[in-house]
Write a protein that binds this ligand. Structure first.
Ligand code: GLN
Length: 193
C-alpha cells in the first residue's frame, strides 16, 4: 500500500542505505527501502546510494530492475551518491562500464586512489566523506556545479537529477545540506505533478 506523504526511496541492493533515514525523516519526508519495481511505484524521489557500482549493476541485472529503474528515472527526482553518481553518468572511465546516462557528466572511478586514500572534509561547512570516490572529469552545458574541490565538480545537478561524489549521510547532524536540497527537489516536483 502507498504510504501517506512524500516518500524518498533508497535503492537497497547494496551499499550505504540506512544512514539516509534520519536525514530524510528530519525533513518531514518518509524513508523507504527500494528493492523491487513495486517499491519504486511508491516513491516520490530516489537515492542511488554509495557502494560498489559494478556490484550494483550486477544486482540490477540479476533482479531484473533495469526497466523499473528507467521508468522511475523519468517520473521522480534522482540523486546519485558516489557509486550512484557513476550509475547515472553519461560516460564512465577506468574502467569503462555501462551506465544509465541520466546526467551529462563524464566520471572516473576510484579517482583519488585506493581505500587508504579515502578522506573526510567539509562541503558548505558540513563534514562529508570521500570513500574510494570518483572524479567528475567534465560536465555538459545543462549541468550546474554546486560545489567543487581542487577544480573538480563534486556536487552537481541537472534538472531533477543531482549527483555528489562524496557521502554526506554518514554525518549525524540532520539534515545535511545535500539532503535538504534533494528534499526541495522532491517537493517542487510534487507540486507541479
Ligand atoms: N569505488 C566505488 C565504485 O567505483 C564507489 C565508492 C563509493 O560509492 N563510496 O563504484
Amino acid at each position: 500500500m502507498r504510504s501517506t506523504g512524500p516518500t524518498i526511496g533508497v535503492l537497497s541492493l547494496q551499499g550505504c542505505v540506512h544512514p539516509h533515514r534520519p536525514h530524510i525523516e528530519s525533513l518531514g519526508i518518509l524513508f523507504k527501502e527500494v528493492k523491487t519495481a513495486e517499491d519504486m511505484e511508491q516513491i516520490d524521489g530516489l537515492i542511488l546510494p554509495g557502494g560498489e557500482s559494478t556490484t550494483m549493476l550486477k544486482l540490477i541485472a540479476i533482479f531484473n530492475l533495469s526497466q523499473g529503474l528507467e521508468a522511475t528515472f523519468k517520473r521522480v527526482p534522482v540523486w546519485g551518491i558516489c557509486a550512484g553518481a557513476i550509475l547515472i553518468a553519461q560516460e564512465v572511465h577506468s574502467p569503462r562500464q555501462r551506465s544509465f546516462g541520466l546526467m551529462q557528466i563524464e566520471i572516473e572511478r576510484n579517482s583519488y586512489g585506493r581505500q587508504l586514500e579515502s578522506f573526510h572534509t567539509e562541503v558548505e561547512k558540513y563534514p562529508v566523506s570521500f570513500i574510494r570516490a570518483p572524479k567528475i572529469l567534465s560536465v555538459g552545458k545543462g549541468v550546474t556545479v554546486l560545489a567543487s574541490r581542487e577544480k573538480s565538480p563534486i556536487w552537481v545537478e541537472q534538472g531533477r537529477v543531482m549527483a555528489t561524489t562524496f557521502h554526506p549521510e554518514l554525518t549525524s547532524e540532520y539534515p545535511s545540506p545535500m539532503h535538504r536540497r534533494f528534499g526541495e527537489m522532491v517537493s517542487a516536483a510534487l507540486s507541479v505533478s
